[in-house]
Design a protein around this ligand. Structure first.
Ligand code: HAX
Length: 429
């Protein structure tokens, strides 16, 4: 992995120079402020983090380096990991080097197979996935070297990268094993050394041999890989890693955040939502029926899954990319048709709901991603967030590698009490 490490090192050195300049010339310059509403409202819109792997523009969506969707959507997940870490796409030999390494490290250790098979079946697949990542924690080379006192601070990132490649290499086999053993109740499929990482995941799930399914899995992995630093899962993972907990701990923690219905679980909730609509109105509901259904849900105090976003203020370009894929491969899917009708109905309702309080009435990625997985044969909704988690691990890993390369310290913001805040307000009057 010498070329990969060299390219990541170059990126870290470059970013490090920028940081040194900013600190030297502008260390005390104030670039933002915080309102009481932000302090009490989940820090929404507060600029408080630097993340160099990706950036979310409220109106243009996800950027990785200078690339926006659709510029990178046809790339392999491995290429995207390279881009997240090194800030550039790999050339042919660089890609081959990373792919060889991923293939070499893909096998799961025996103890993990035993662990997977013994997991209680009632657990949600996200719980299984997170537990399995944690169960691999002893593999961490970073941890071994750190405990042996063999690591200098400037080498931390390098061993995070070692751990990242080992972990990412195992995720297709690990996730597919959970799916096949616990959801399908079938035996796992063998890893295929001649396939790329994403095609291997598609192959090992074993539900659909069509090339377009592998294409969908790769697209799914690419679109979910990272979404800057402040979302629940990425931030959690980074905070945990900032205490020098290794990437297995940090990834498991991030996955636990992703498992919430306001975050990654929304894709499974969306599919249930659509299925509920079909059960009630049939597979071709009218827009008036959808309108009434959505209003009922809101009146019952429930959120409309797949709509809204903390940062985006337009339709999520990831939603659009999936819609285009669906239009090409399964235009007649009743689920896709209902997604389209909801897209026509929901924004207009959310725009006026709660007197316009919903900051973004448009769909996010979760409004459609599960529909495509379902259409291509992943019939167990509970698995959709695991698919999200496999992909998001690219981002968790890349963010921590870069942050440690840049010597970023342990994350520890200051919290205050109501009393402190009220006293401060009184003083400000
Ligand atoms: N349906 C109903 N109400 C919604 C809503 C929706 N889809 N989106 C926002 N609102 C409501 C909020 O609940 C909030 O109401 P209260 O003040 O009464 O609590 C109000 O509108 C203002 O919220 P906001 O500023 O627009 O949104 P937030 O930044 O607070 O929250 C969420 C962003 C994504 C959590 C929110 O839009 C939501 O709950 N959406 C539905 C769940 C969902 O799709 N989650 C996935 C998001 C993408 C993601 O992270 N994927 O992993």
């Amino acid at each position: 992995m010498e070329q990969f490490k060299n390219n990541v090192k170059k990126r870290i050195d470059y970013l490090g120079m920028e940081i040194a300049w900013m600190l030297r010339e502008h260390g005390k310059t104030v670039v933002g402020e915080v309102s009481v509403k932000q302090l009490l409202g989940g820090m929404r819109g507060l600029t408080a983090l630097v993340c160099n792997t990706s950036y979310v523009d409220p109106y243009r969506g996800l950027f990785i380096s200078d690339y926006a969707i659709p510029e990178f959507e046809d790339k392999l997940p491995e290429e995207i990991f390279y881009l997240l870490c090194a800030g550039k796409f790999p050339n042919e030999t660089e890609l081959a080097e990373l792919q060889e390494e991923l293939a070499f490290r893909a096998e799961l250790p025996d103890y993990l197979w035993t662990f997977i098979r013994q997991l209680p079946r009632h657990l949600h697949p996200m719980t299984m996935f997170s537990l399995c990542v944690l169960a691999l924690e002893g593999e961490s080379v970073f941890k071994q070297k750190y405990e042996a006192g063999e690591l200098g601070k400037s080498e931390y990132w390098e061993y995070m990268l070692e751990d990242a490649v080992s972990l990412l290499a195992k995720l297709p086999a690990l996730a597919a094993a959970i799916y096949r053993i616990h959801l399908l109740r079938e035996e796992p499929m063998d890893y295929h050394p001649s396939l790329d990482w994403g095609s291997n995941l598609a192959h090992m799930l074993g539900v659909n041999p069509e090339l377009s399914f592998a294409e969908l899995v790769r697209l799914y992995m690419v679109l979910h890989c990272d979404h800057e630093g402040g979302n629940v899962s990425a931030f959690t993972s980074r905070v945990v890693n900032s205490a020098l907990s290794n990437l297995y701990y940090a990834t498991s923690a991030g996955l636990n955040g992703l498992a919430g219905p306001l975050h990654g679980l929304a894709n499974q909730v969306c599919l249930r939502f659509i299925r509920g609509i079909h059960e009630r109105f049939g597979e071709s509901p009218g827009t008036d029926q959808l309108d009434a259904f959505v209003r009922e849900e809101l009146d019952a105090g429930r959120v409309i899954p797949g709509y809204g976003h903390a940062v985006l203020r337009v339709t999520d370009p990831r939603f659009t990319a999936f819609m285009e894929f669906g239009n090409r491969h399964c235009p007649n899917s009743p689920f896709l048709q209902t997604v389209k009708k909801l897209y026509y109905v929901v924004p207009n309702i959310l725009k006026t709901y709660k007197e316009g309080k919903v900051a973004n009435p448009y769909p996010n990625v979760d409004a459609i991603s599960g529909t495509l997985l379902y259409q291509f044969g992943i019939s167990h909704f509970d698995f959709y967030t695991v698919m999200f988690g496999i992909s998001r691990t690219f981002g968790f890993c890349a963010q921590s590698i870069i942050a440690l390369g840049l010597n970023q310290p342990i994350i520890r913001p200051k919290s205050v009490t109501n009393k402190w805040l009220m006293d401060a307000l009184e003083r400000a009057e």
